[in-house]
Ligand binder design. Structure first.
Ligand SMILES: [Zn+2]
Ligand SMILES: [Zn+2]
Length: 344
């Protein structure tokens, strides 16, 4: 089969012809229909420090956001059958550690990640453990199936606390920020302020239902949020930029008793005014990684199938499997929303 592989630590990926993988008894073989490019794939492409830190494997097939059809099931698989349309939770839990046994398998102590530690999905076939499989309605567009996983991160961030009737600030309007904008509205946020410095991204956030877009090159975030919230500030901040300056200005716009979900990864230590912006405000800060398994998935599936959200609006490009390298370069340029790889 054709597969996009990372073969060593140098920059780049290569298209290889390799054997279709074999499955274990608790796994399924999936024929990939659509996949999507994620920031992780850009890290792997360059093989930067992040790859060394997380112990990424090579040689390895990359890609983890995908949708496909089950073509073979192992004899211990109970809830899936050949022909099912599936997508994947990319965090592979061990099932037996403290975290797994206390309802937090998404932060398993022995966690492996598809397309980082095990062969991924930029290939004609991929292996999916039943523990990580999500069954999609058979009518689901595979491009949408391929973005359930990043969409679920936005859902997880907004499940940290109640958002009904709450004004929400979304810092960073890449694909997950745009998803967070829609999810906040679907969960009943009173108004969403989408913040970025890139106009095309802000336009996309408006299409996803943002009530106000704030370009911090020219606009004052704190002033605008206070003016639209009777001087109180936002009740929740969803932070996707990984920028110290953005987080600090977001915290200034947070009302007392508000909360923050942090998703964006900071490349260095971050300095905050904890006394004024967190302690005196009695603010709560949540670290968000991946999706809750499977509370985030059930909610994501409900709001996507019901038509309350339209995550497909974030898709701006489609590429063939052979062109993954070009797709990664476009993703890196910042001039694209979500990029889909049409495998089948
Ligand atoms: Zn991803
Ligand atoms: Zn575990």
């Amino acid at each position: 089969m054709k597969a996009i592989m990372k073969v060593n630590r140098s920059k780049g990926v290569v298209l290889k012809d390799i054997d279709v993988p074999k499955i274990k008894p608790d796994e399924m073989l999936v024929k990939v229909k659509s996949a999507a490019i994620c920031g992780t794939d850009i890290h792997l492409y360059h093989w930067n420090e992040w790859c060394e830190n997380v112990g990424a494997k090579n040689p390895m097939v990359i890609g983890h956001e995908y949708c496909g059809e089950v073509v073979e099931v192992g004899n211990l698989v109970k809830n899936f059958k050949v022909g099912d349309l599936v997508c994947a939770e990319t965090h592979i839990p061990c099932g037996i550690c403290f975290q797994c046994r206390t309802g937090n398998q998404h932060v398993c102590n022995n966690m492996k990640i598809i397309g980082v530690h095990t062969d991924g999905a930029f290939a004609e076939y991929t292996v999916l453990p039943e523990a990580c499989a999500w069954k999609l309605d058979e009518s689901t567009d595979p491009s949408i199936g391929a973005i359930y996983e990043p969409f679920g991160i936005a859902v997880h961030a907004l499940q940290a606390e109640q958002v009904a009737g709450v004004p929400v600030v979304v810092l960073g309007c890449g694909p997950i920020g745009c998803f967070a904008t829609e999810v906040a509205k679907a969960f009943g946020a009173s108004q969403v302020f989408a913040v970025d410095r890139n106009e095309p991204r802000l336009r996309m956030a408006r299409q996803m239902g943002a009530d106000y877009t704030i370009n911090t090159n020219t606009d004052n975030l704190e002033e605008i949020v206070l003016s639209k919230t009777n001087g109180l500030g936002a009740g929740a901040i969803i932070e996707l930029t990984g920028s110290e300056a953005a987080l600090n200005s977001g915290l200034k716009a947070l009302r007392k008793g508000g909360w923050v979900s942090l998703i964006g990864l900071h490349s260095k230590k971050t300095s905050l005014d904890l006394v004024n912006d967190v302690i005196y405000k009695e603010a709560r800060i949540y670290g968000i990684t991946g999706r809750h398994m499977y509370k985030s998935w059930y909610a994501a599936d409900e709001i996507i199938r019901s038509g309350m959200v339209t995550p497909e609006k974030v898709i701006t490009h489609h590429f063939k499997l052979e062109k993954v390298e070009e797709a990664i370069q476009l993703a890196q340029s910042g001039d694209a929303g979500k990029i889909i790889i049409d495998v089948d």
